[in-house]
Design a protein around this ligand. Structure first.
Ligand SMILES: Cc1cc2nc3c(=O)[nH]c(=O)nc-3n(C[C@H](O)[C@H](O)[C@H](O)COP(=O)(O)OP(=O)(O)OC[C@H]3O[C@@H](n4cnc5c(N)ncnc54)[C@H](O)[C@@H]3O)c2cc1C
Length: 503
């Protein structure tokens, strides 16, 4: 290690041949997947570099317009988060550059231009497309060291030895490996360590070519959204504002009011005891470490409470209250299983090829079975089938950018049942989820969707038409077993009439 380098660790990937430019203007943190200023390993790494080299920190947060499904909904959520990040950086005297691309391609070259004046470039590591590809695309164009830092989950994602195909096997792995990582939490307030540093100066030529967004923190971004070439038919969700402040408020509310009912009532849409954190986790407005630490604080937990025997069971390992363990099983085991699949199957995690052999076989065997109902993808998108529960779920997705978890499973299962083939069902699910869901385009999106087709599950009898031995779910059962409350009336859009060729 030369004096100008920081040691690597299991969360940091870098090309050691790219040099540190110790006397350059600033250290650049290009915030892409973890859009927050707290409990963020990548930001912390950039702060460490800034302190180590005595250079100021520049934080770049950019928003492109040409990614698939760019819409008012997704843009608004990110813009809300930018407002929080701008305020936090201002509070700590750190230069924050917010760039919103006005037209497709306009932002091209910005990171490269900023990197020309950087001692080191630090960015987020992410396992899925397109965020995961950004650093790889940039690296060949840089003459400076680029580091990618993983803040995705409690377990460093690149340290897993293989793809785990069941939650049970992954849970066993976690129970072996996690204890060693639980002491390595990110700093809650990394920016506080830069207090006495000067602010980074950005070259005027760069700011002229790529003008930054200098919005008044209290301003409403509606007017800005209207000027952008994005999908305006998918509107912002008024009830779900983005940003770290909102994420933290939701986490606090959930721990105070939702968590105690989580284990017993999570499946009931009328009970509303889920955390609602998935969009915030997706955009990195909150990280799983912060969520975990908040649960730890509620439980008064210490690592001494861990069961020393690895059993791979959902309950009992953490030594917390049952509802806290049930929640951690989702936000740690299932979420990080999805990340693990993306890391190890980078080309196929969103495709049929990621299904186990038994699921592919049984779906293939039943691919030509007659369908009692078929709906074209466009008909499904309107949420106007013969099935009131399904329609309500689809209307919730369109209106609120989410579906209650249990109904999300039913939503996917019915799309399989009503599509002309499993391939068409997969394409429809991905399209609708990625287009409308605030938490879409996430490792969890593809994990949840492919779970509907048999991934991370086992075969279930009896063998049925269309599904074969893939787990079946029925709306009638859901109606009988779920406390739906006002769910159906709330999300049954007035005037929707059944379409499709019901037979
Ligand atoms: C067809 C289908 C599509 C899905 N698409 C997405 C998606 O686009 N984005 C997304 O984040 N999740 C997706 N899921 C998983 C799950 O439905 C959501 O994570 C959950 O409903 C989010 O609500 P919440 O944050 O209130 O969850 P909570 O129950 O409060 O759970 C807390 C966190 O745990 C994680 N989690 C919960 N359930 C699961 C799960 N089954 N698998 C993996 N992680 C989980 C999420 O990060 C979630 O935010 C999908 C599931 C299905 C069946």
């Amino acid at each position: 290690m030369t004096p100008s380098q920081l040691p690597l660790n299991e969360r940091v990937t870098a090309n050691p041949e790219q040099p540190v430019q110790a006397s350059a203007r600033y250290v650049l943190y290009w915030m892409t997947a973890q859009r927050r200023t707290r409990a963020n390993f990548a930001l912390e790494r950039a702060v460490d570099w800034a302190r180590h080299l005595g250079r100021p920190l520049l934080v770049l947060e950019a928003l492109a317009v040409d990614y698939e499904h760019a819409s008012d909904r997704l843009h608004r959520f990110v813009l809300d988060g930018m407002k929080d990040n701008a305020a936090a950086c201002l509070r700590h005297g750190v230069r924050y550059l917010r760039y919103v691309e006005p037209r497709a391609g306009a932002g091209r070259g910005l990171v490269k231009a900023l990197a020309r004046h950087a001692a080191v470039v630090v960015t987020d590591d992410h396992p899925a497309h397109p965020l995961g590809d950004l650093a790889a695309r940039l690296r060949p164009h840089l003459a400076v060291r680029l580091e990618q830092v993983d803040s995705c989950g409690l377990l460093p994602m690149r340290g897993t030895p293989k793809v785990f195909t069941t939650a049970y096997a992954f849970r066993r792995h976690l129970q072996h490996e996690l204890p060693a990582h639980l002491a390595s939490m990110p700093r809650d307030h990394p920016l506080r360590r830069l207090r006495s540093m000067p602010r980074a100066v950005v070259a005027r030529s760069i700011l002229t070519r790529w003008p930054e967004l200098r919005a008044d923190p209290s301003s409403d971004p509606t007017a800005l959204l209207a000027t952008l070439p994005i999908d305006h038919t998918v509107g912002a969700v008024a009830a779900t504002r983005g940003g770290s402040r909102e994420a933290r408020a939701r986490l606090t509310h959930f721990l105070a009011q939702g968590l105690e009912h989580y284990q017993d009532d999570r499946n009931h849409p009328g009970e509303e005891c889920e955390s609602g954190l998935s969009p915030y986790l997706h955009f990195g407005h909150v990280g799983s470490h912060e969520v975990f630490q908040a649960v730890v604080a509620r439980e008064g937990w210490t690592p001494d409470d861990l069961d020393t025997v690895v059993r791979g069971k959902r309950a009992g390992w953490w030594g917390m209250a049952p509802e806290a363990e049930a929640f951690l099983d989702q936000v740690v085991t299932w979420r990080e299983l999805a990340i693990n699949t993306c890391v190890h199957l980078p080309e196929t995690y969103a495709s049929m090829a990621s299904l186990p052999a038994w699921a592919l076989r049984t779906l293939h065997t039943h691919a030509l079975d007659p369908r009692p109902y078929t709906y074209a993808p466009e008909e499904l998108e309107q949420g106007a089938t013969h099935d009131a529960i399904w329609n309500a779920a689809q209307h919730q997705l369109r209106a609120q950018g989410t579906i209650h978890n249990y109904l999300r499973m039913l939503w996917g299962k019915k799309i399989l049942e009503w599509s002309r083939s499993p391939d068409e069902a997969l394409a429809t699910m991905i399209h609708l989820n990625d287009k409308y869901a605030l938490d879409g385009r996430d490792p969890n999106s593809y994990a949840g969707i492919l779970w509907c087709l048999g991934r991370n599950d086992r075969a279930w009898g009896p063998e049925r038409p269309i599904f074969g031995t893939v787990r079946y779910m029925s709306s009638d059962q859901a109606r009988k077993k779920l406390k739906l409350g006002s769910y159906l009336t709330r999300f049954t859009a007035a005037g929707s009439k059944p379409v499709g060729n019901a037979r």
